[in-house]
Design a protein around this ligand. Structure first.
Ligand SMILES: Nc1nc2c(ncn2[C@@H]2O[C@H](COP(=O)(O)OP(=O)(O)OP(=O)(O)O)[C@@H](O)[C@H]2O)c(=O)[nH]1
Ligand SMILES: [Mg+2]
Length: 355
């Protein structure tokens, strides 16, 4: 399952966002460093395709895609040298697939902290860069010595040296010119800035009208930013589905931040969704963009990949228009796809297999 790690300054709204995404109620408080330990939760991705296919098939159960989210203690300027709580808890982010910067723009005199999200991004990036620089230097020292007797380590050492110079100039690897090969060689160093990144700019209710200008200010950074009024979303997450929809739609926020963030995260991680539907369940499954049918079958169960024969496929919208799987089959609208078929986002699949 994909895992996103939250990174932010104190009081930026990380734990509030965690709660909004997971429906949990981890500690949120108007003072710095209210979070002191790592919490992992799971966020369900609302998906109207699942809802509508479920109605079509009278499914007993609906299963949505989900991702994991990790809330950690805040970072401050100087964390690498021990300011605030230091940076040791960044270790909790090493197994995340992507990092999510939480940047505060909301004004609230009762919550100490700055409100310049662009400046905060620079601060956070620098702390991650310094943490990575320390990791790279340590590994370079060890691998550099080992490479004297083992020529096969030369490429790794070269990649580490390149990374050292980039990080030394204050640049995160994700914004550097290091190529895929070099990044591959850095994998054993478990760096943070080799991960994909996204940003959530936490805006106040009074700023709901100005998200475009805020997002535009991030264009030059190459970090995809989206805005959310996190506190509002966290409050909405506590309501029943009906109440939540009313609150969010009343404010022009549609489904709320979860689906938008999930879409952005899937996009940034190169993930897509296919669907299955039947009277037992209608379900969304996450797969790697570009994956072929057998690999997607394997997401459901390894037997389906091992014994893959073919897939029957149809776009979800076309299927809904036709009205049922059986009818789509009768009309010859189900495509029969083989091992080389690259599954598309929104495909509804049925896998034929034999083990
Ligand atoms: N007015 C306003 N307050 C917010 C918003 N988002 C969060 N807050 C408040 O800001 C304070 C800090 O929120 P948290 O979610 O605890 O922030 P955090 O980033 O987890 O903070 P630390 O764990 O201390 O690093 C709380 O009092 C929240 O209620 C918002 O959009 N608007
Ligand atoms: Mg917190």
């Amino acid at each position: 399952m994909e895992r996103l790690g939250l990174v932010g300054l104190p009081n930026s709204g990380k734990s509030s966002l965690f709660n909004a995404l997971t429906g949990a109620s981890t500690v949120v408080a108007p003072h710095p460093f209210s979070t002191t330990e790592t919490t992992v939760g799971s966020a369900r991705v609302p998906d109207e395709r699942v809802d509508r296919l479920g109605v079509m098939s009278s499914s007993k159960k609906l299963v949505y895609a989900s991702f994991e989210i990790v809330d950690i203690a805040a970072l401050v300027k100087g964390a690498s040298t021990g300011e605030g709580l230091g940076n040791r808890f960044l270790g909790s982010l090493r197994d995340c697939d992507a990092l999510l910067y939480v940047l505060r723009a909301f004004e609230d005199a009762s919550v100490p902290g700055g409100t310049d999200p662009r400046a905060d991004l620079d601060t956070l990036e620098l702390e991650l860069v310094l943490a990575d620089l320390a990791s790279v230097e340590g590994r370079l020292y060890r691998q550099g010595r080992a490479a004297k007797g083992d020529k096969s380590l030369a490429a790794e050492v070269a990649a580490l040296e390149h990374a050292e110079s980039v990080l030394g100039a204050g640049v995160p690897i994700y914004r550097s010119e290091l190529d895929e090969d070099e990044r591959g060689h850095l994998a054993p160093a478990f760096l943070l800035t080799t991960k994909r990144v996204l940003a959530v700019v936490n805006i106040g209710e009074d700023q709901l009208g100005e998200p475009d200008a805020l997002v535009a200010s991030f264009e030059a950074t190459g970090v995809d930013a989206l805005t959310a009024s996190v506190q509002l979303e966290a409050e909405a997450a506590l309501l029943d589905p009906e109440g939540r929809r009313e609150l969010l739609e009343g404010l022009g926020l549609g489904d709320g931040v979860v689906p938008r963030l999930a879409r952005a995260a899937y996009h940034c991680l190169g993930r897509r969704t296919f669907l299955t539907t039947g009277d037992t369940e209608s379900r969304a499954w996450t797969f790697r963009a570009g994956a072929k049918a057998p690999e997607c079958a394997g997401v459901i169960h390894s037997d389906l990949q091992r014994g893959f024969i073919r897939a029957e496929a149809i776009d979800w919208q076309e299927l809904l228009e036709i009205g049922s799987w059986t009818k789509a089959k009768e009309l010859g609208k189900l495509r029969v796809e083989g091992k080389d078929y690259e599954v598309a986002d929104g495909d509804v699949l049925e896998i034929r297999f034999n083990v």
